[in-house]
Design a protein around this ligand. Structure first.
Ligand SMILES: C=C(O[C@H]1C=CC=C(C(=O)O)[C@@H]1O)C(=O)O
Length: 434
């Protein structure tokens, strides 16, 4: 494996050879994941897994996304690609995870795997990627596509409050509402952390299988130890089309069909949630518009049903106007008001002060990019970062606006933790059921 360490772009003469061929493969993707170093991007059973690692681009600091985008452009331009499939995700790809904050101590990564197994629109492919002049950096034996592993029970992790425990979280929300009422900003997204430990022999495959089974309509991802199931598409570029799904505004699911419908109806007419949502849509539209020839938003937010909660959602669709890659667009839109606030810079300062912990890659962009710059990026939500020592840090946050109530926001974080804590065998947090 060649590691291109923080701030160092790939050597100018780095050249990749890439071969993609169709395969007759219908088995699920997750059982073939490497449980220790899973690379995954999947929704509704389709997507990609990556095996092995040819190289990585690792960056940090305020221009981390731009430098990753430039490094990738150079690498892709020099690559010798023979793609016999021609679907989004075939040919050369990298899986990426970017930190939320400019000043994070964590790095942002683009990982180029040795093998990609992909499936889309009912077709499957295998891509093999290698360094052309690999004399110094070849792994001893090339990675082979493994046989699907049998299903295993999820590993059991006991989570404890981490940075910003419940009482402190509620105080931070109260302080934020005070500042909003004093006119310092309109919205800020405040998150908290829970922490657990994964036993040494447990991998991440079973947790990912559970996320994929329980949340099939979300982007289920694994990149460099960051795993989760995000419902929010930050930006997607496919042959000149641009799309995104903006989420903000949340309600719990009802106990029965009637109370569930009522929850959705109330959410769709909640002044507080609509205000919070409008700011997230405005920020996404304002930052994408300069890069698009046309950009349309669904006229009214709709209610998106997930197994653990309801969200207000707006879909954006447009055409690319300036040849930006998906990573260029990620650099333009991140962080949206769905994870930062409004105005952005003031909200970011408030997050640093009131949360007081490093979000790492939580609430950052996670996804993939191909040789043409096309790709799919979600916001890393409903997720956890697992470090090599087995520490599991999970995060959940809420948009705080003028009429936010601390106890309700705390309960909302519990709902948002549910996918990840259940994927690690912990009992579901118990939000108030209407
Ligand atoms: C910040 C998170 O969710 C965001 C996305 C959807 C709805 C949100 C909300 O209603 O507060 C948040 O803006 C999170 O899940 O940690």
């Amino acid at each position: 494996m060649t590691r291109t360490e923080a701030a160092a772009p790939p050597a100018a003469d780095t050249k990749l050879r890439v071969r993609t061929v169709p395969v007759d493969e219908t088995a699920p993707l997750v059982p073939r994941l490497d449980p220790r170093h899973p690379l995954l991007w999947m929704r509704r059973g389709e997507g990609m897994i990556g095996l092995g690692e040819v190289l990585r681009i690792e960056t940090a600091g305020p221009d981390r996304i731009e430098r990753a985008a430039d490094g990738w452009r150079r690498l892709a331009a020099a690559a010798d690609v023979d793609d016999r499939v021609g679907l989004p995700g075939s040919g050369l790809v990298a899986f990426g995870a970017i930190t939320f904050a400019d000043e994070s101590a964590a790095t942002s990564v683009l990982v180029v795997p040795e093998i990609v197994l992909g499936r889309r629109d009912g077709r499957a492919w295998v891509t093999r990627i290698e360094l052309v002049d690999a004399s110094s950096a070849r792994p001893a034996a090339p990675v082979e596509l493994p046989e699907p592993a049998p299903k295993r029970d999820v590993p059991r992790v006991r989570f404890e409050p981490g940075a910003l425990p419940p009482e402190s979280y509620m105080s931070a929300v109260e302080e934020a509402v005070g500042r909003i009422d004093a006119g310092l900003f309109e919205k800020v997204v405040l998150a908290r952390e829970i922490v657990g430990t994964l036993s040494e022999d447990a991998g991440l495959r079973a947790a990912l299988a559970k996320l994929a089974d329980d949340y099939p309509d979300t982007w289920v991802f694994a990149v460099d130890g960051l795993i989760g199931a995000s419902p929010e598409t930050l930006v997607r570029v496919d042959h000149g089309t641009v799309s995104a799904r903006v989420l903000a505004g949340t309600a719990s699911r009802g106990r029965d069909a009637a109370s569930d419908r009522l929850q959705a109806t109330r959410l769709a007419s909640s002044h507080k949630d609509l205000a919070e949502h409008a700011l997230a849509v405005e920020s996404a539209v304002a930052t994408l518009a300069p890069h698009t020839a046309r950009l349309d938003a669904s006229p009214e937010p709709f209610t998106l049903q997930l197994p653990n909660l309801w969200h207000l959602a707006t879909d954006l669709k447009g055409t690319l106007g300036d040849g930006s890659s998906s990573l260029d667009l990620v650099a333009a839109v991140h962080p949206t008001a769905a994870v930062a606030g409004t105005p952005r810079e003031v909200a970011l300062c408030a997050i640093a002060e009131l949360e007081g912990f490093d979000r790492g890659r939580y609430a950052g962009p996670v996804g993939w990019i191909d040789a043409d710059g096309d790709g799919e990026w979600a916001i890393a939500l409903r997720c956890a970062q697992v470090t090599p020592d087995g520490t599991v840090r999970a995060y959940a946050g809420c948009g705080i606006v003028h009429d936010s109530a601390p106890a309700s926001e705390l309960a909302e974080t519990d709902m948002k933790f549910r996918p990840i804590v259940e994927a690690f065998g912990a009992p579901p947090p118990s939000p108030p059921i209407p």
